[in-house]
Each structure stands twice: as structure tokens, then as C-alpha cells.
Design a binder for this molecule. Structure first.
Ligand code: NAD
Length: 517
């Protein structure tokens, strides 16, 4: 009933998040509303110990204080999710789909507000933030479609007996997110979870806690049962409580490899399934016969989106020796032309990195690369925009490193910043062996006009998400995820239904029991 009522009632125009101030440049948005959300509303915690400052990366100013959830609040949120689950799991796929489509409609309507919040809390450009919001919406639309189509199998057995399978939800799923795509990650996890009939408690990164709560509000406005999608804020302590909670059926995690290992260990104690979307050190291979213009564009897409803070980035760019000089000239020319600055301005292509410690870490990788013999062709320096408001923001110039070798730290470790390492190769066999010489396997790409070579190379690359003649394209209709230490399970695409549901087999006897005893 609540569902139908909400669909018929026009959406109220002024939810809490619209109390945020709109403005044309960084430095004025205030986040005043509580950031924890369960039972269908934002929750102000009475225990305010352990507050964590949340920053605006573009300006370095404190945006708000994070109220981390302790055991009692985690328990409240999980109980709220349990109660929503008991109603939601019984609804038909069509009913679930209807609320999800309404959610998508509301996201579309608030696209600009959500994107702006994302920019203020994360530092990425408004252009990219809008695309992230679109991806979140598309994901919810896509899984709404799948929700209508979930069914089991019917199997005929001897003597008229038969069996059937039911695809059933798991229960309360936990989502734990990274800071690089805060809104999109919350949608990529919650959409398949709720399409399958589960409820979710989501913990955003403490660095970017703001936008997941907007998603919670929108789900609530669209008419999901109270408690279907909850947000608990906190650091690793809160995450640990969630993973160990006895009423949690599954953990879906996006973050670094070391944390992913801990999540898996914790989940194993309760024999809970996990989805792990972890880090990468992905190769991008550019052959002599590539369309050079496209290959250069691809290399920039593979390295500088979101200030280089993208898990699937192709940061090891292997270039066929004969085209190395032209490639370097063009890649450096375009990198130097990238507009850095206020992420809220339309013309900005690179905003601020997510935090001061992270900026320092990335700059440290550039220094280390120089010490190990890499040559900086451009960038790799702290950057101070002319606008005085942005003076304390976390900016750096995008960096291209040449003269790299396979054993260098910049080639082996995930930097998670705007640093491209260029390597050279002579033969396909050699480059494949070097491309696969990593413990990770999230993504990989190849540029060539030779169609047979393209497919042969992809077949031999040890990576879950591969691209031919493009890079970092992630349509929600296709699975995304990693090989090796880059993860377990997939997000998006039809297969993800299997990671958020379980099969029940029912055998039906139509005759007498043929007992052996
Ligand atoms: P992180 O591992 O430090 O933290 C991720 C999340 O885990 C945060 O919410 C954090 O609070 C929580 N957490 C930390 N320790 C925990 C613990 N012991 N128990 C439970 N939760 C805990 O990662 P990050 O710095 O936020 O994000 C960057 C990393 O994420 C990079 O390695 C990047 O490649 C990866 N990433 C992967 C994908 C993907 O889809 N494969 C997408 C985005 C980011």
C-alpha cells in the first residue's frame, strides 16, 4: 500500500538535502543534516564521541563532522533492515521494479544537486560527477528490469514427479564503499541487492560520507519499505561490526586489496558470501598499427579520470617501440592542456585529489619514481589554483613518466592518482608476459587495428574487465570485476543476480515413497 501511495503522491519538493546551498563555485556549501540513516529517516546520534572531520577537497575546508556508529547504532540499523526485508522479500518483482523505477526518476530529477554534492565532498569535476549520477540511475533502471524477470527452473522427474527451483534473496546485505565513486558505488551495490529482494546497510567511506544518504532519502521517497536501504557512517571499526553482525547475510565491499582480505576473513567466520571489488595495476597495450589519436585519448581516459583515482585505470601503458616518440609527444601535449582547478566549473577537467594525505602519497610516488630512474615528461607537481578560495585544496598536475621499467615501484604498486607510467615493448609475446606479471587483474586494454591480434591478446590477458580500442567504459548492462587479487564476484550485468540471491531446490513426489527401508 505504501508503495502505491508513494507513486501517486507527487514527490515533496524540499527534502533535507536541498537545504544545501547552491552556488557557482567551491567554498560555500554547508552540510548540516545528520548523515546516518535508518528506519526511513536521518538519525542524529546522541553519542557524539569520536567525531571525524569531513573535508571539501577543492578548498581544504571542513565540510561537516562525521558521527561514527558504534555497536548499538549498527545493531539498530541492521534491525531496521531485517524488518524491511520481511516485507520486501514477499513483493513481486514487478512491485519492486516499480519503486526502483521511481527511484531512478527522482535521481534524474535531482541529478544536478547530487552531482554538486559529489563534487564538494570528493573533488572530482562536475562533468564527471554528472556521469556518475547517470551511471547510478542506469544501474537502478537496469536491475529494475531484471527484478521483473527473476524465476526458477522446472524439471520433470520420473513418474510424474518434478522439481523446481526458487531464486530467493539472501537477507540483509552489507555494502562497504570506497571514496572515489561514492554515489555510484552505493547504487551499484544496492540496485542488484534490492532487485533480488534483499535489504541493505551501507557504510560509505568516512572520507566521502555525504552522497549515499541522498540515495537513502530518494529510495525512501520512492516508496521502499522503511529500513530497506540504510546508511551507517564510520571507519573500520563500524565496518568490522557490520561484517561480524550475526543478522548480516552477505558483504559486498569496494576498496583496497588489504582491506578486502580482512573483509573476507571476517565474513568467513559466519560463512557469509562476499563480493570484493578491489584495486588494480592494469595494463594498456598500444600496438604500432593503432589509430594513434584514439590510442592517446584512450591512454588519457585510462589514467586521468577522477584525478587518476579509478580502480580500473590502465596505469602501465605499454607502447610498441616504433611509435613511442609520436605517442609521447601527443600524450604530453594533451596532458599539459588538461584544465585543472575548481571542480564546479564547467571547463575544469581535473579537480582536487580526495585528501591531503592522499595527495602527499601520490606526490611521494612521483619522487620515488624519479629516484628509481623514471623521467618526468610533464606534471607530478603540487598545483595551486589562482582563485584564493582554492589555495588550500589538494591539487596536482597530471604526470607522465617515461623510461619506466617493470621493477619500478610506480609500475608495480597501485598509485591511485594521476600518474601514467609508459613502458616500451617489441613483441606481442613479451608484452603479454609483462602485462600479466602482477598479482592483480582488474582491467586491461589493447589498441590495434588487427582484429585477430586484438582478440588473441585479450584472450591471454589475466583481467576481468577488458577493452579493445577504448578504455574505462563501464555500461551497467555488462559485468564489472577482477581476476586474481582484484576481487571476487561481479557488479552489474545479469550475472550479478547470482551474487545477491540463492537457489532453493524443491523436489515434489507425485507417487508413493519408494523406501529402501
Ligand atoms: P579502503 O580499503 O581503505 O576502504 C574502503 C572501505 O572499507 C571504507 O569504507 C573503509 O572505511 C572500510 N574499511 C577499512 N578497513 C575496514 C575493516 N577492517 N573492516 C571493514 N571495513 C573497513 O579503500 P579506499 O582507500 O576507500 O579506496 C581506494 C581503493 O579502493 C583502491 O585500492 C581502489 O582500487 C579500490 N577500488 C576498487 C573498485 C573496484 O570496483 N574494483 C572501485 C573503487 C575503488
Amino acid at each position: 500500500m505504501r508503495l502505491l501511495a508513494s507513486l501517486l503522491t507527487p514527490c515533496p519538493g524540499g527534502p533535507a538535502f536541498l537545504t544545501l546551498l547552491r552556488r557557482a563555485s567551491s567554498g560555500t556549501m554547508q552540510i548540516k543534516d545528520p548523515l546516518n540513516f535508518w528506519g526511513g529517516r536521518r538519525v542524529e546520534l546522541s553519542d557524539v564521541t569520536g567525531l571525524e572531520p569531513v573535508y571539501e577537497p577543492a578548498t581544504g575546508r571542513v565540510l561537516c563532522q562525521l558521527q561514527p556508529c558504534k555497536a548499538a547504532q549498527v545493531d539498530e540499523a541492521v534491525r531496521s533492515a531485517c524488518s524491511a526485508f520481511s516485507a520486501w522479500r514477499k513483493m513481486a518483482g514487478m512491485e519492486r521494479a516499480r519503486v526502483m523505477l521511481e527511484t531512478a526518476r527522482l535521481i534524474e530529477k535531482r541529478r544536478e544537486d547530487i552531482a554538486e554534492v559529489e563534487v564538494v565532498n570528493n573533488g572530482k569535476s562536475i562533468t564527471e560527477a554528472r556521469l556518475d549520477v547517470d551511471s547510478a540511475r542506469l544501474c537502478i533502471e537496469y536491475f529494475a528490469g531484471l527484478a521483473t524477470n527473476m524465476s526458477g527452473q522446472h524439471v520433470q522427474l520420473p513418474g510424474g514427479s518434478f522439481a523446481y527451483t526458487r531464486r530467493e534473496p539472501l537477507g540483509v546485505c552489507v555494502g562497504i564503499g570506497a571514496w572515489n565513486y561514492p554515489f555510484q558505488i552505493a547504487a551499484w551495490k544496492s540496485a542488484p541487492a534490492i532487485a533480488c529482494g534483499n535489504s541493505m546497510v551501507f557504510k560509505p567511506s568516512p572520507v566521502t560520507p555525504v552522497s549515499a544518504v541522498l540515495l537513502a532519502e530518494i529510495y525512501a521517497q520512492a516508496g521502499v519499505p522503511e529500513g530497506l536501504f540504510n546508511v551507517v557512517q564510520g571507519t573500520q571499526e563500524t565496518g568490522t561490526l557490520l561484517c561480524h553482525h550475526p543478522s548480516v547475510a552477505k558483504v559486498s565491499f569496494t576498496g583496497s586489496v588489504p582491506t578486502g582480505k580482512k573483509i573476507m576473513e571476517m565474513a568467513s567466520k559466519g560463512v557469509k558470501p562476499v563480493t570484493l571489488e578491489l584495486g588494480g595495476k592494469s595494463p594498456l597495450i598500444i600496438f604500432e598499427d593503432s589509430d594513434l589519436e584514439n590510442a592517446v585519448r584512450g591512454a588519457l581516459m585510462a589514467n586521468f579520470l577522477s584525478q587518476g583515482q579509478v580502480c580500473s585505470n590502465g596505469t602501465r601503458v605499454f607502447v610498441h617501440r616504433p611509435i613511442l616518440p609520436q605517442f609521447l609527444t601527443e600524450v604530453v601535449r594533451r596532458t599539459k592542456a588538461i584544465q585543472i582547478g575548481d571542480p564546479l566549473l564547467e571547463e575544469t577537467r581535473m579537480g582536487a585529489l580526495v585528501s591531503r594525505p592522499h595527495l602527499d602519497k601520490v606526490l611521494g610516488y612521483v619522487e620515488q619514481a624519479k629516484k628509481e630512474g623514471a623521467r618526468v615528461l610533464c606534471g607530478g607537481e603540487p598545483f595551486t589554483p589562482a582563485d584564493p578560495k582554492l589555495r588550500n585544496g589538494y591539487y596536482m598536475t597530471p604526470c607522465v613518466l617515461d623510461n619506466c621499467t617493470d621493477d619500478m615501484t610506480c609500475v608495480r604498486e597501485e598509485i591511485f592518482g594521476p600518474v601514467m607510467s609508459v613502458l616500451t615493448f617489441d613483441t606481442e609475446v613479451d608484452v603479454l608476459q609483462r602485462a600479466n606479471d602482477t598479482t592483480m587483474g582488474l582491467a586491461a586494454g589493447v589498441f590495434t587495428k588487427d582484429i585477430q591480434r586484438a582478440h588473441r591478446v585479450i584472450e591471454n590477458l589475466q583481467a576481468g574487465s577488458c577493452f579493445i580500442n577504448n578504455y574505462n567504459i563501464t555500461p551497467v548492462e555488462v559485468p564489472f570485476g577482477g581476476y586474481k587479487a582484484s576481487g571476487i564476484g561481479r557488479e552489474n550485468g545479469q550475472v550479478t543476480v547470482e551474487f545477491y540471491s540463492q537457489l532453493k531446490t524443491v523436489v515434489v513426489e507425485m507417487g508413493d515413497v519408494d523406501s529402501l527401508f
